[in-house]
Write a protein that binds this ligand. Structure first.
Ligand code: G6Q
Length: 540
């Protein structure tokens, strides 16, 4: 029998009914009628505490969402991922970022081969190399100590490394400078290297395919920059370039000895690759010991996701609440608001993770969906956002569920900063949920004409993720929390979160346009594109 579309099935319908019943129920009354809600609607795992009491949801909502998850086969899908089944069906690949952080004694078999010995062999090689850079035994071509590490990569080969480096700066070797070059805009390379000495600089060319236009262009520029210093002596390449890739043939073609290559595998998706060799910059920054703590944090959340019942399972709950807010309450975006300056690039990292994964228009079997798929993720660190876009979240006409992320302890004991930061995060979630009524505003003596302007409707949902301190373990757990929340959403929407065909068309057109810009060949695009190209040709 053909399976009905998601929105036609009983658990979905039951959630629609439930949403209709809850419509008009304010978070104020949910809290007033249920004094233990704030303690109950929370869960803990891998060192993270998730408060979802300020979501517009009840125990019954969670029960119905869990029923939806079960109906969508979430449990079986999780098991299939961890087992190494080829769940990335459009590319016929297993999806095993979870194996990258699993302990040595695990066995995960793909195509008849246990991948775990390979995973640990690469981790050990990375550790040896990272140590040799950190202790100065690996030196540049002219014997100088390496003081600068430049990661050249884009997308999944950039966003995780940048985010992790920024997040873990308190643990990084401050004698080393780290830079990240991603954009094909030459400004990125020029600004990243302008104050660096090539003799002291190591480039990590991070590219799974080693064919990506942006990365290969930047890598070639880096190569010329280094060789320029060494009078073209190609022997310098081995001392200033390492490759992180799955493509040994292209790495060799570029001139990097495969002895200086750290491999990974086709079962690691780009945006899920920060715990593969793509994490080499992170490991050089914080050292192998701290890097293992990061992996342990990921693994702890992986295990929590794999084993905890859905009602207590952080990624499952977050993923299901994202579906609830979007599909049943009409929200289209999720604001991720870390109250920790070190997480400044976390929203950017999540944008890719979430939107490249679940920004899909067909189900696994190719049927066009009749419902919305992945929500838009965006955000900024607090409290800066409070002085800009929070206005719309508090009083605008759109419903924007927020994820607040905060830590009980700061790396910097600078009273009163951290208490003030935390006061702000708790206050924002409270203000969004409860708001301020017209009566309350008027009672403050506000002029009647101003009352409507100063009313806060409240009833705006948020979750708060609280951890003790932003250490490598906590960062690993946090990233894995979002990875699996996104997996949960993908499982409900029945899409493939692990391909990204949507990035291909633009890439192909850019390839066609690039030579046209520097020639006067006739143009056969639409009239708008033709006119823009002609104008550029005339003025470049
Ligand atoms: C991620 C995407 C994409 C990819 C980049 C870089 O999931 O596949 O962001 O990471 O296009 O690709 P390479 O690592 O192959 O250069």
């Amino acid at each position: 029998m053909e399976r009905r579309q998601l929105t036609e099935r009983a658990p979905w319908k039951s959630l629609e009914d439930h949403a209709a019943q809850l419509r008009g129920t304010h978070l104020r009354s949910l809290f007033a009628d249920d004094p233990t809600r704030g303690e109950r609607l929370a869960a803990e795992g891998a060192g993270l505490y998730l408060d979802y009491a300020k979501q517009r949801a009840t125990d019954e909502t969670i029960r119905r969402l869990v029923a939806l998850a079960e109906d969508c086969g979430l449990r079986a899908k999780i098991d299939a991922m961890f087992r190494g089944d080829k769940i990335n069906t459009t590319e016929d690949r297993a999806v095993l970022h979870v194996a990258l952080r699993a302990p040595k004694d695990r066995s995960v078999v793909v195509d008849g081969r246990d991948v775990m010995p390979d995973v640990h062999a690469v981790l050990d090689a990375m550790a040896r190399f990272a140590t040799s850079v950190r202790d100065g035994s690996f030196r540049g071509h002219s014997g100088e100590r390496i003081r600068n590490v430049v990661n050249v990569g884009i997308g999944g080969s950039d966003l995780g490394p940048v985010m992790a480096y920024r997040a873990l700066r308190p643990f990084s070797d401050r004698g080393l400078t780290f830079r990240f070059v991603s954009n094909v805009d030459g400004t990125d390379f020029a600004e990243a290297t302008r104050d660096l000495d090539p003799k002291e600089t190591l480039f990590l060319i991070a590219s799974k395919t080693f064919t990506t236009q942006e990365t290969m262009t930047n890598a070639a520029t880096a190569r010329a920059w280094v060789l320029g210093t060494f009078g073209g002596d190609e022997a310098a390449i081995a001392k200033h370039f390492v490759a992180i890739s799955t493509n040994a043939a292209e790495v060799t073609k570029f001139g990097i000895d495969t002895a200086n290559m750290f491999g990974f595998w086709d079962w690691v998706g780009g945006r899920y690759s920060m715990t593969s060799a793509i994490g080499l910059s992170t490991m050089i920054a914080i050292g192998p010991e701290r890097y293992r703590e990061l992996l342990a944090g990921f693994h702890a959340m992986d295990e929590h996701y794999r084993t905890a019942p859905f009602e207590k399972n952080l990624p499952a709950l977050m993923g299901l609440l994202a579906v609830w807010n979007q599909s049943f309450l009409g929200a289209h975006t999720i604001a991720v608001l870390p109250y920790d300056q070190y997480l400044e690039r976390f929203p950017a990292y999540l944008q890719q993770l979430a939107m490249e994964s679940n920004g899909k228009q067909v189900t696994l079997d190719g049927t066009r969906v009749s419902y919305e798929t992945g929500p838009i993720y965006w955000g900024e660190p607090g409290t800066n956002g409070q002085h800009s876009f929070y206005q719309l979240i508090h009083q605008g006409t759109k419903l924007i569920p927020c994820d607040f992320i905060a830590f009980c302890r700061s790396h910097h004991r600078l009273p009163p900063h951290h208490d003030l930061l935390m006061a702000n995060v708790f206050a924002q979630a409270e203000a969004l949920a409860f708001g301020k009524t017209a009566e309350e505003v008027a009672a403050e003596g506000t002029a009647p004409a101003l009352v409507p302007h100063r009313v806060f409707d409240g009833n705006r949902p948020s979750s708060t993720i609280l951890a003790d301190e932003l250490k490598p373990h906590a960062l690993g757990a946090l990233v894995a929390l979002y990875e699996h929340s996104i997996f949960t959403q993908g499982a409900i929407f029945d899409v493939n979160p692990f391909d990204q065909w949507g990035v291909e068309l633009g890439k192909a057109l850019a390839k066609r346009i690039a030579p046209e810009l520097t020639s006067d060949a006739p143009l056969a695009h639409d009239s708008s594109t033709n006119t823009l190209i002609r104008r550029y040709r005339a003025r470049r």
